[in-house]
Design a protein around this ligand. Structure first.
Ligand SMILES: [Zn+2]
Length: 338
């Protein structure tokens, strides 16, 4: 069995455009690649052209430890190139380099006769996690005990990840000619008052994850400078550290001025760790909350979240190699606990 050429595998994956929504071709290539190396592969349909790629060594999908990440990417696509130790390209860091390191690790384990490792590679992580949701539905009755999810953590084990809560704050008023403002009711004024009040509200905090913070990312309202505004809204994204209900309760006083609409929620996650690794807390969300059927979650991957999604995305080739060896160590130590 040839060892996996990490650079060549990562570049092959990067060079197929798999921007979220068009992962079909990349999935096809990956499924064929794994079959070519002797893996038993299942293509799990997510929609018309998109599918997750599940693989294991034996014919029945009965692994104890899962290595998992996603193969969709954010736009804009750009192909791979190598400069010194850096492999550039869309997805090099998030998450096709990680996927390659996981395949390399699984192959090293298989060479040593280890058959209890499964691979779950999903679509759609960058926009709503539809791939992970489908993968989770298929996990019922699975023998998996641990899920090692790959996202860029600079080869550190995650202790916890923050969740998100997206809300829309809607203010309603009554339009009037701006020369007679007393005849109207300004929605924009109500929204501003609510946002100022929001600043003073104490946010929930957690000893590991810290304090919940938020961004008012979008604000809109009104129709013309000489019209008292009848409607205004703001989109607010909270990075949560506890149950989203804690934030919602803290915001109750704002409902005197505005209506609050729930848009999206992903819970924060406390992760499993094993001794001997550097650890860190990560402020972003992953597919992990949607993959709970695949066992206790761990988070680990090469590359930095600071270069993921950038116009210059890259990953260190040396770090990819180190990640493959770390994944082997992680899997072996988890298998010992079973
Ligand atoms: Zn990612």
């Amino acid at each position: 069995m040839d060892p996996v050429d990490l650079v060549s595998l990562t570049r092959s994956l990067v060079d197929i455009d798999s921007t979220t929504g068009r992962e079909g071709e990349c999935g096809r290539w990956l499924a064929d690649y794994l079959r070519g190396r002797g893996w038993s592969v299942e293509e799990q349909r997510v929609d018309g052209t998109r599918f997750n790629v599940l693989a294991n060594v034996a014919t029945a999908f009965k692994p104890a430890v899962i290595l998992s990440t996603h193969f969709d990417c954010v736009p804009a696509f750009f192909p791979s190139r190598v400069e010194g130790d850096r492999l550039f390209g869309r997805g090099a860091c998030d998450a096709k380099g990680i996927l390659s390191a996981q395949v390399a690790a699984a192959e090293l384990l298989r060479r040593d006769g280890e058959t209890r490792v499964g691979l779950v590679f999903v679509v759609g992580e960058e926009r709503g996690s539809d791939g992970a949701r489908v993968a989770n539905a298929a996990a019922s009755g699975s023998s998996a005990r641990f899920l090692i999810n790959g996202e860029p953590t600079d080869n550190r084990l995650g202790l916890a990840t923050r969740g998100i809560l997206r809300l829309k704050l809607r203010a309603t008023g009554r339009a009037a000619h701006s020369s007679f403002p007393e005849l109207g009711e300004s929605a924009i004024d109500k929204l501003i008052d609510a946002l100022v009040e929001l600043r003073a509200i104490p946010m929930p905090s957690d000893p590991v994850l810290g304090r919940t913070h938020y961004t008012v990312g979008v604000i809109s309202g009104g129709v013309a400078p000489n019209v008292v505004s009848a409607s205004a809204e703001a989109e607010v994204m909270f990075r949560t550290t506890s149950d989203a209900g804690d934030v919602r309760r803290a915001l109750t006083p704002l409902e005197r001025r505005i209506a609050i609409e729930h848009v999206l929620e992903v819970p924060p996650v406390k992760l499993t760790v094993v001794p001997g690794f550097d650890t860190a807390v990560f402020p972003y969300t992953t597919d992990i909350p949607f993959l709970h059927g695949w066992g206790e979650p761990l988070l680990f991957g090469p590359g930095s979240i600071h270069v993921a999604h950038t116009a210059d995305e890259w990953v260190s080739i040396e770090e990819l190699g180190a990640a493959a060896r770390h994944y082997v160590t992680l899997v072996k130590s988890l298998l010992k606990q079973i």
